[in-house]
Design a protein around this ligand. Structure first.
Ligand code: KIV
Ligand code: ZN
Length: 511
């Protein structure tokens, strides 16, 4: 049976970034975009160009860097949004404008306070404007799964006539149910007279844990583009996960009417990169990319796998990029080897100084840890992101004794000076955070603290994320060290640096 191509549209850099605290800098977006390109993602939604100057620059930079994937910017169905998206995509090899307006009764009445006829007119106008910048225009009916069938049919026919070549019907609030959502596409494709002139697309949120199931049901009913994110990142409960969709299509090719062009071997490294940049750890039992996804615990399973792998395994771990983290580097590795390995991981350093800093951190790590894995290298980059340093970790002394309150003494660089501070706490990490706050009184609230052992064994590097909030500004600081208490101190100080320098405030808070 010949199969249609399923277009993979990744929105990690846009919808994924809408997860609270997951905002990414321009350089981080470029790093992820390069990995997505290497994975052969068809369309990369790089951001929402009008949302902030930072987001505009990020979309522009991704558009100028990526050559083999289409680069897309989101734009509301409004002239200024479309203009900004068009400007950001000016130098793209292939650029797409993705414009949207809400079409469900509840959104039109309460959010937009517009009549359906006004929404229709605005949608047509937006698509026509977008076509002045590119032939590749996608139109989304926001809250599409709760939109009335007749109105959806009318608006889709009109925007295809106006020049949209992709029609996306998102399940914006994650309310869809697979059979119903799939049937909606079937009926629309059959009923809209010019439906053959466009590709229909899904964009599913995971509020009921059905995002992937809904997307696949839509594919079974004629959809040929799925919008998804690495690790299922995204607004609220997230979006359909790229790795699950791609591997479902590949593993169940016997029943799927489609194929993808994705090279799955890059899935795990990309998942790790996204996790280390956003500070969102991947749950161990997450399909495909979770640490336990291919680990067999029960004796019966282990026995079966040893006798014949397919008894319990439906995919090969190495096909999605597990076990490719070859041990290549250690204490004696030189600059060229380290740089080359970074390049294989899709990480390039624009400036000499930037690499020097990473190489120094690599050497320090190699002194403490004999085996350096890809994840360690990625964690070092996460830690060294370009945040202006107000506070720098210098040294610490921790004392913990049964029956006594843990005590932390820290030396912190502030400009040319080194300041000492100390505190007790309910645990060593608490003592470290209290010592920092005693000195600097940042006024920030600690919203999240997470530790991820990124490689195996007790000498593993601990990757710590600290999420702070101050006056509505949310930041994620990351710190990596073989000592989790030191990693925690570094992560806390990095988060404070971000608050001080104003980076990483959420790019879409302004719109
Ligand atoms: O969830 C949604 O409806 C969206 C649209 C902007 C496509 O993210
Ligand atoms: Zn969305």
């Amino acid at each position: 049976m010949s199969k249609d191509k399923l277009v993979i549209f990744d929105t990690t850099l846009r919808d994924g970034e809408q997860s609270p605290g997951a905002s990414m800098t321009k350089d981080e977006k470029i790093r992820i975009a390069k990995m997505l390109e290497k994975m052969r993602v068809d369309v990369i939604e790089a951001g929402f160009a009008i949302a902030s100057p930072g987001d505009f620059e990020a979309v522009k930079a991704v558009a100028e860097t990526v050559k083999d994937s289409t680069v897309c910017s989101l734009a509301r169905a409004m002239g200024p949004d479309i203009l900004r998206a068009g400007e950001a995509l000016k130098n793209a090899n292939a650029g797409r404008i993705h414009t949207f307006i809400a079409t469900s009764p509840i959104h039109m009445k309460y959010k937009l306070q517009m009549e359906p006829e006004e929404v229709l007119a605005q949608a047509i106008d937006a698509v026509k404007r977008a076509r002045q910048f590119t032939d590749d225009v996608e139109f989304s009916l926001e809250d599409g799964s709760r939109t009335e069938f007749e109105f959806a049919s009318r608006i889709i026919e009109a925007v295809i006539d106006a020049g949209a070549s992709t029609i996306n019907i998102p399940d914006t609030v994650g309310y869809g149910e697979p059979a119903e959502y799939g049937l909606m596409f079937k009926r629309l494709i059959e009923n809209v007279p010019n439906s053959d002139k466009a590709i229909f697309s899904t964009h599913c949120h995971n509020d009921l844990g059905l995002a992937v199931a809904n997307s696949l049901s839509a594919v079974m009913n004629g959809v040929r583009q799925v919008e998804c994110t690495i690790n299922g990142l995204g607004e609220r409960a997230g979006n359909a996960s790229l790795e699950e969709l791609v591997m479902a299509v590949q593993t169940r090719h016997d029943v799927m009417p489609v194929h993808t062009d994705i090279d799955p071997v890059h899935i795990v490294p990309t998942s790790r990169l996204v996790s280390s940049i956003t500070g969102f750890p991947v749950q161990p039992n997450k399909a495909i990319v979770g640490a336990n996804a291919f680990a067999h615990e029960s004796g019966i399973h282990q026995d079966g796998v040893l006798k014949h792998r397919e008894t319990y395994e439906i995919m090969k771990a190495e096909d999605v990029g597990w076990n490719t983290n070859k041990l290549v580097l250690g204490k004696h590795s030189g600059r060229a080897a380290v740089k080359a390995r970074y390049e294989e991981l899709g990480i390039q350093f624009e400036e000499h100084g930037e690499f020097n800093q990473i190489f120094q951190a690599f050497k320090q790590l190699a002194d403490k840890k004999h085996e350096i894995f890809d994840e360690d290298l990625q964690a070092l980059v996460g830690e060294a992101q370009e945040v202006e340093e107000t506070y720098g970790f210098e040294a610490m002394e921790i004392s913990c004794k049964t029956g006594q309150a843990p005590h932390a003494k820290l030396a912190i660089r502030v400009g040319e000076q080194v300041i000492e501070t100390d505190s007790e706490g309910s645990g060593p990490v608490d003592a470290v955070f209290k010592a920092i706050e005693k000195q600097f009184q940042s006024g920030a609230d600690l919203l999240l603290y997470s530790v991820n052992a990124i490689t195996q064994g007790t000498e593993a590097v601990g990757d710590v994320t600290v999420r702070l909030e101050r006056n509505g500004q949310l930041v994620n600081g990351v710190g990596a060290d073989t000592d989790v208490v030191a990693a925690s101190a570094k992560a806390y100080l990095q988060a404070l640096n971000m608050l001080e320098s104003g980076v990483r405030s959420h790019p879409q808070h302004g719109v």
